[in-house]
Design a protein around this ligand. Structure first.
Ligand code: SF4
Length: 500
């Protein structure tokens, strides 16, 4: 038996489908937190009272029988040709039914219609007459009061939204236009297994948005590539073609096949110069804007689909931790870490104001996409601290700028410039011995803090979270001091600075 998620996996890539089928099933960890029972709140918005409530494992006949008895069916399970679906809401409309899809986001777009189309395909093939199609979704303008207001939290739409988030495409017509017969797809899925698969072929689906989690498994030979391999060339659409021509290293790049990005130039130069390229003038210019005391700041945060606290919108962010290292002109370093379990944003803002020096530069990694936003949000939420928080925001400098602009490249970076990647060759030990090593892992662990009742468990999570966040702000000091050293280095010394 298959679910729509299986169809989506197969459509993405048969290898992906087989890998997922064989992978051990762990607890699903969503990237966005959905603590509240979203179906129950949406049911209040729709005015559902008496209903048939479907359950996991229901026999496929159960929901069909319920169609004869109930006005509302919620989470009803249906099956056709071995494809099992869960329908959020069905409402009787004289001799037919209205369907309400539940979308746990802000604007349902028509760019991924497979879930909608496959659902309708099953229902139609079971002979269920459908009249109106709606999507019920979260309202971006909603601001939570003391309690959740289901009526204001959701919007019922009979349109999908366009890229400007205006409702333009009618749900029913759009689905009917795109719907396909799934018989062939389901048959191919049944016939596909590890033994019928041919060798994986690299396509844009392997790297679109982010690298597929099975990439290393599918293309193990790429893991053996040297650090200066041409395959590390950033944003290059011709790198595989160049490799096939026998251009194995960055220094062999065919300049006619370059897109012309500065990072590509610095990569090629680094490979021609013993592994390191530094645009010293540009680096010195960037460093000249940085002043002591230098505060290195890193936030951790959680994003909630349904606002858990008063004053929050759907999908607002709740910062729960920050780590701060301050480097003083005399070389001394001080450090602070702040961790909360619930909504302590006001206390966090007060601590930040106390902990961060009133003068000097504040450095963060990806400051534009994270720390600047967090400080702006805190300033908007607590007008009494607005001026001080905005002052901090305005003093922020982004440590990834020298890497993003191709000012510095070391072939050990292998085409990446994340803090962990750079730290990996500057201080091997860095993140290696930590129990938490990734931002999302920190978020998943933090979610246990208000649920676990085991004190030892809690102590360990708190310790791990602090160690991880502290490592992020400490790693920034290591990278910053390396950049300072590179800026001061004589070109001859640079020549001799082998890959670290
Ligand atoms: S890496 Fe590519 S070929 Fe392999 S499973 Fe992912 S998408 Fe499919």
């Amino acid at each position: 038996m298959y679910h729509i998620s299986d169809c989506k996996k197969y459509t993405k890539c048969p290898h992906y489908f087989v890998n997922e089928t064989e992978a051990p099933k762990g607890a699903f960890q969503p990237y966005v937190r959905l603590d509240e029972e979203i179906t129950a709140i949406a049911a209040q918005k729709l005015g559902v009272q008496e209903c048939f409530l479907g359950q996991k494992g229901d026999a496929p006949t159960k929901a069909l029988e319920a169609l004869n008895t109930y006005e509302w069916l919620v989470k009803a399970r249906f099956e056709y040709k071995n494809l099992r679906i869960k329908v959020p809401f069905l409402h009787k409309n004289e001799d037919s039914w209205d369907i309400y899809f539940l979308f746990a986001g802000l604007y349902p777009h028509a760019d991924d219609l497979q879930f909608y189309c496959d659902t309708i395909w099953v229902l139609e093939n079971l002979g269920i007459q459908l009249e109106n199609y709606y999507v019920i979704h979260l309202n971006a303008q909603y601001v939570r009061g003391k309690e959740i207001d289901p009526d204001a939290l959701f919007i019922i739409s009979s349109y999908f939204y366009n890229h400007k988030n205006n409702p333009t495409l009618p749900v029913k017509e759009t689905i009917c236009e795109k719907m396909e017969d799934l018989t062939g797809l389901l048959k191919r899925m049944e016939e596909t297994n590890r033994y019928t698969l041919s060798q994986p072929v690299r396509t844009s689906k392997c790297t679109i948005r982010q690298k597929c989690k099975y990439y290393e498994q599918c293309f193990p030979e790429e893991m053996e590539e040297p650090a200066n391999s041409i395959l590390t060339l950033i944003s290059s659409q011709y790198k595989y073609a160049m490799k096939n021509e026998g251009r194995l290293y960055l220094r062999d790049t065919d300049i006619h096949h370059l897109e012309g990005f500065r990072q590509q130039y610095s990569q090629i130069m680094a490979d021609r110069q013993n592994g390191l390229f530094v645009d010293r003038m540009a680096l010195r210019s960037w460093l000249s804007d940085i002043h002591y005391p230098i505060a290195f700041l890193d936030f951790e945060w959680e994003r909630f689909a349904i606002p858990p606290y008063e004053g929050m919108h759907p999908y607002d962010v709740l910062p729960f931790e920050y780590s701060l290292h301050v480097l003083h002109e005399d070389g001394t370093i001080t450090q602070e870490v702040y961790l909360s379990i619930h909504d302590d944003r006001k206390d966090m803002a007060e601590h930040l104001i106390r902990d961060i020096p009133e003068d000097g530069t504040i450095i963060a990694y990806n400051a534009e996409g994270a720390e600047k936003l967090r400080l702006q949000e805190l300033a908007d939420t607590f007008p009494e601290y607005r001026a001080k928080l905005l002052n901090m925001r305005d003093r922020l400098e982004d440590l990834q700028i020298p890497f993003m602009t191709g000012t510095v490249y070391n072939t050990a970076m292998k085409g990446q410039w994340s803090l962990k990647c750079i730290m990996g060759f500057l201080d091997e030990k860095g993140y290696r011995d930590l129990d938490i090593r990734q931002g999302m892992e920190a978020v998943f662990q933090w979610r246990h803090l208000d649920h676990s009742e085991d004190d030892q468990d809690l102590e360990k999570i708190v310790r791990d979270l602090k160690e991880y966040c502290q490592m992020d702000s400490y790693a920034m000091i290591v990278v910053y001091q390396w950049l300072e050293k590179l800026a001061q280095m004589h070109p001859f010394e640079e020549e001799n600075q082998k890959i670290l």
